[in-house]
Each structure stands twice: as C-alpha cells, then as structure tokens.
Design a binder for this molecule. Structure first.
Ligand code: COS
Length: 381
C-alpha cells in the first residue's frame, strides 16, 4: 500500500534534526561561511546527536539509520547550512564503500572507530584528470608482498583535511581500465600520504575539500575492500545510495531560501500592498513550492529503494538532478524576490544560492546524472 505520511518515529527524527539545525547550525552558518574554519563545535554536537555516525550499523556502535531517515535528517541539516551539512553528510559517503564491500572485520575496525568519538572519514574518487570519467583514474596501487604501494594524486576530497581514513579508489591493473580499479582504505597516518591545500570555494565554505598526494604510500593488503577490480562497481553502487542524501540537501537548501522569500514577499510593502499580491511574485513562490514538494518525494523514493534492496541508479540520479537543480533555481529566484536585500549578506538567500551551486556539481555533475538516466532508460529501466 502507498503511504505518503511519515511515521511518528520519522516525524520525531525530523523535528529533532530541525531543532539541531536551529540551535547549532543557523547561529554559526554565516561565521563559518565567512571564515571557512572547521566547525569543531558543530561536529561535536552532530556526533552527540548521532548524525556523524548515522550510517554506522548499531552492532558497531553507530546510529544504524536507514537511508530514508538519513534523507529526513539531511534535509534539515542543509536547511541549517549547506556547507556544514556537506561535512556531516560526506561521512556517510565515505562509509558506504565499507558498508557495501567491507568484511565484518573491516566494518568493525573502520566504521567502529567513527562511532567512538567525533571522527571523519573521506571518499576519494576524483583525480585531476578523472572527474566525470571516473573509470579513467591513474592513481596506481601496486601489490608488493603484503602491501600495496600507492602513487598518484586525488582531488576534491571532501573532509580530506580532517579524515582518519580515506576510502580511496585507485588502479590495481591499468590494462583493464575501469575493471582494473580497486577501493583501498588508506589511514591518515600512512607514510607517503600528504594532504594538500584546501579549496577556496564560492559556497559551502564551511566544508573542506583537499588534494591528496600519494608518494610510495604503503598500505597493508588487508585494507582492500572486496576484491581487486571491484573498485568502479563499488563506487557506482555507493553513489547510487548516497545521491538521495545529496538530493535531500537540495531540498533543504531550497526550502531555506523559499521560506525567507515567502516571508519577505508577505511583509515587503510596495505600491501600498505586500509584493506577494503581485502574480509575478506569487507564481514564482508557487513554482518554488511545487518543485520542493516534487524533489522531496523523489528523494524519499530513491532512499526507500536503497532501504528495500532495489537498484535505484535511475531514481537516485533523477532525485539528485531534480532536487539540486531545484535548489539552484529556487535560491536564485529567492534572491530576485528580495532584490537588493537578496544580493546583500544581510539575508541568507545569497548564501543558499552559492551553496546550491556545488550540489549540482558534486557526487556526479547533473550532466552526468542525465547520462546515467539516459543509459538506464535505454536499457528499459
Ligand atoms: N551499479 C553497478 N554497476 C554499475 C553501475 C551501477 N550503478 N554503473 C555502472 N556499472 C558497471 C557497468 O555495468 C559496467 O560493468 P561491465 O564493465 O561489467 O560492463 C561498468 O560498471 C562500467 O560502466 P559504464 O560503461 O557505464 O561506465 P562509464 O565509464 O561509461 O561511466 C559514468 C559511467 C559516467 C556513469 C561514471 O563514470 C560516473 O558515474 N561518473 C561520475 C563519477 C562521479 O560521480 N564523480 C564524483 C566523485 S564523488 S564526489
């Protein structure tokens, strides 16, 4: 039976996450956006609320949340601040390769440590010359005895400056292309691993993206997730699962901008009446509401499919694209409704607009999502 209502437990999760965003994120969102500092206080609180370790199974000490629950939380966190949300959400991204391909011992070790105290891990797929074309990565892992020797450069590694370990994708057999890639857990303290500069960004400035340099970095072979050659599939399966959380981020950022624009339109008087009375404005707001509702439904659908063990490549790509394009459109229109005020830093809508842009780019650009959707529909899915 189809049921669009959230359960009492899910409503409680949403309310608690909203309170978290109101108390711990909104008051400091502007500060961390301006300074780009690492928000230790926020992440400590996020750990206390179970958000940093949301996807760590309960048996390893985590919150053991479902993807639908993660989506509910992520919408509220992104409503609080798009940048801080990304740091928290990306811990789930880093964990997912271990959840998908890790042995029980690997899960206990790598996920368990994230449940002990506020700690970060990072997903490292992109390279300077392998972004959208993820299968063409050149970072190399050579097996020598009981070690892998890693060489290469990774980039756009979210949380990379503060991570305890990296779920790092590399080539174990360059002759095999995407089928020669593997995923290896690389601990932060690995000799030969150097964390590079963090990116100075337009938006989501509270989040951290770095380059990683691997110069004969030695990692034990037992850190391989799954088997050699499974890396690309692990990456694709990971992104299928985690794109719902990005879509939820789009819903949250869009809703934040929409709420401010709605309030402004109802209270800003021009020509003797609230500007909402102009159809030009009220229709913009109606379109915003329409797109946000649709985005949320698509997000829940994609997350629900993961929770129910269904392949959701098409649905997660649709949700990610639709919701993050919505975030960009809604926040841009919100700036327009607020006019000069919208363009100023006195209101959060300009920050929403800057934060939204990255949502259209990371975890697969929205052009790549359309490629995924096109491949899926070509195959009759
Ligand atoms: N689940 C399971 N397997 C998948 C899969 C999925 N979602 N997507 C692809 N595969 C498999 C394919 O079935 C294929 O298997 P075989 O080699 O056995 O045939 C293999 O993976 C290669 O797939 P494909 O031919 O579709 O790969 P492409 O090189 O054409 O690339 C895209 C596919 C573009 C979709 C992929 O490179 C991609 O997602 N790029 C974006 C990466 C990204 O999100 N980067 C951001 C970094 S994270 S911040």
């Amino acid at each position: 039976m189809l049921d669009f209502s959230l359960s009492k437990e899910q409503l409680d999760i949403k309310e608690r996450a909203h309170e978290f965003a109101v108390k711990f994120m909104r008051p400091v969102a502007r500060k961390y956006d301006e300074t780009g500092e690492w928000a230790v206080d926020v992440y400590k609180a996020a750990f206390d609320f179970g958000y940093l370790q949301a996807l760590v199974p309960a048996e390893f000490g985590g919150a053991g949340k479902t993807q639908v629950e993660e989506a509910i939380v992520c919408e509220e966190l992104a409503w609080g601040c798009g940048g801080l949300y990304t740091s928290i959400m990306a811990n789930g991204l880093a964990m997912t390769p271990v959840l998908i391909a890790g042995s029980p011992e690997q899960k206990k070790k790598w996920l368990g440590m994230l449940a002990e105290e506020p700690r970060f891990a990072a997903f490292s797929l992109s390279e300077p010359n392998a972004g959208s074309d993820a299968g063409s990565m050149s970072c190399r892992a050579e097996k020598r005895g009981d070690k892998y020797i890693l060489n290469g450069t990774k980039c756009y590694c979210t949380n990379g400056g503060y991570a305890e370990w990296y779920a790092l994708f590399c080539s174990t057999d360059p002759n095999k292309g995407a089928r020669g890639t593997s995923c290896i857990v690389v601990p932060r303290n690995t000799p030969g691993l150097v964390v590079g500069r963090s990116l100075d960004k337009m938006g989501q400035r509270a989040s951290n993206q770095v380059e990683l340099y691997l110069n004969d970095a030695e990692v034990p072979v037992e850190n391989l997730l799954g088997k050699e050659g499974m890396g690309f599939i692990i990456a694709m399966k990971t992104l299928d699962q985690t794109r719902a959380a990005v879509a939820a981020g789009g819903v949250g950022v869009a809703r934040a901008a929409y709420e401010i624009a709605l309030e402004y339109a109802k209270t800003r008087i021009q020509f003797g009446q609230p500007i909402f009375s102009n159809q030009a404005i009220s229709f913009m707001l109606a379109d915003m509401a329409k797109k946000i509702e649709a985005s949320r439904l698509l997000t829940y659908q994609a997350a629900w499919m993961t929770d129910n063990g269904l392949k959701n490549s098409k649905q997660s790509a649709i949700a990610k694209t639709f919701a993050t394009d919505t975030a960009m459109e809604v926040s841009t229109d919100a700036v327009q409704i607020l006019g000069g005020n919208g363009y100023s830093r006195d209101y959060l809508v300009e920050k929403c607009m800057r934060d939204a842009k990255l949502l259209q780019i990371y975890e697969g650009t929205n052009q790549i999502q359309r490629l995924v959707i096109a491949k899926e529909i070509q195959q009759g899915n």
